[in-house]
Design a protein around this ligand. Sequence first.
Ligand SMILES: C[S@@+](CC[C@H](N)C(=O)[O-])C[C@H]1O[C@@H](n2cnc3c(N)ncnc32)[C@H](O)[C@@H]1O
Length: 404
Amino acid sequence: MSNYTPTHADTFLQLSLLLQHARHDWQHTPFSCTQLPWPELAKPLQALDEDELDTLDADDDAAFAWLSQYRPELLSSQQLTLPELARAPNYATPRWSSGIGGRKWAQIKDFAANIHAINHKFEGVTLTQPILEWCAGKGHLGRLLAQQGAPKVTSLEWAPDLCTQGEALANQLQLPHEFVCANALSPQAAALFKPQQIAVALHACGELHLRFLEHAAAAGTQQLAVSPCCYHLIADEHYQPLSQAGQQHDLQLDRHSLRLPLQQQITGGERVRRLRHIELTWRLAFDELQQTLTADSSYLPLPSFPKRLLSGDFSDFVLWACEKKSLTPPHIIDSEHWLALAASRRLLVKRIEFVRHRYRYLLELWLLLDKALFLEEQGYQVQLGLFTDLQHTPRRYLLQATLP
Ligand SMILES: C[S@@+](CC[C@H](N)C(=O)[O-])C[C@H]1O[C@@H](n2cnc3c(N)ncnc32)[C@H](O)[C@@H]1O
């Protein structure tokens, strides 16, 4: 048996070819489709009723096996798994951690455990360098690292109230932890990166984690740890790959495709499932109504909205949506009629989403590997893996990079 371990570059190439080839599976915008885009999948997909489809969609392994019957090329991607990284020895909550939710606390503890793990490995000692915490919120991670012996922590955050609260918590504990209240996209923030430093970013959104990587590499920051999230929140219309390999195999990901990895949810229980069902139905029912109102059969997306809107009547939702889209609502809203139209379209959307969902992980892995390869090109040794358990967050990928 061969001991060959694929490099990040090998995996990226394999993944790029697979995703390029399967583009027709993951790139569709289901709300704009009027029929299933894959005639060869129509019969087996239509054989699943809504409950069966929901159940299968929620079981990633079973769903992947189902689709692989019709897409055997997907099977080769099953070995593209990432290693489990270090975990905190426990999630016991000290008094100062009150106010941090249980799952957030576990994420922070596990993230910090990996900073310690990598420093033991490379230096035999732990946390001798100052920390820069990027897009810190109240600086919970920075505060934990300061508690765990970091000589100095600087947390960058742009929301003044979060900075004030974070500063107060650090002062109470008399920690060497300060805040810089500034926009991460400003030159002031770029200037915070230094060579002798550990720069960390827990759940930094699209543009913010891209800037983090670029600034750190430009400054020659010794060590980085970043767990990306919200890949679609970028300045450009399309994702601009950072690595040379990414530029060669550019998938031209638009924001719609960049949202796909975020569609992985931790099952939120019956109430959350019910609300998701109502939201999808109401969005589609409103779309049917607006197409009639405007005599235009294109899909009109609505922005996100507070979930409390879903506990009212559909007719109130229509009034809200019409206002958002500057449309004059009809005098009489025949809710039953529009909701019935939505029901059949909902099944179509779910069937298309079901196929797209099977590419969530592969697209996220492609985005992560592009960043890993960029850092390798800049001379870093890079480790990519899972820093916490799925029950704590689906955004659990950690890129750690060290200059040798
Ligand atoms: C998803 S939260 C993560 C917070 C923290 N790292 C955590 O995991 O709890 C992202 C944080 O980035 C901050 N943020 C968003 N845009 C920013 C910007 N342009 N400059 C600085 N901070 C920003 C937000 O206010 C928020 O606190």
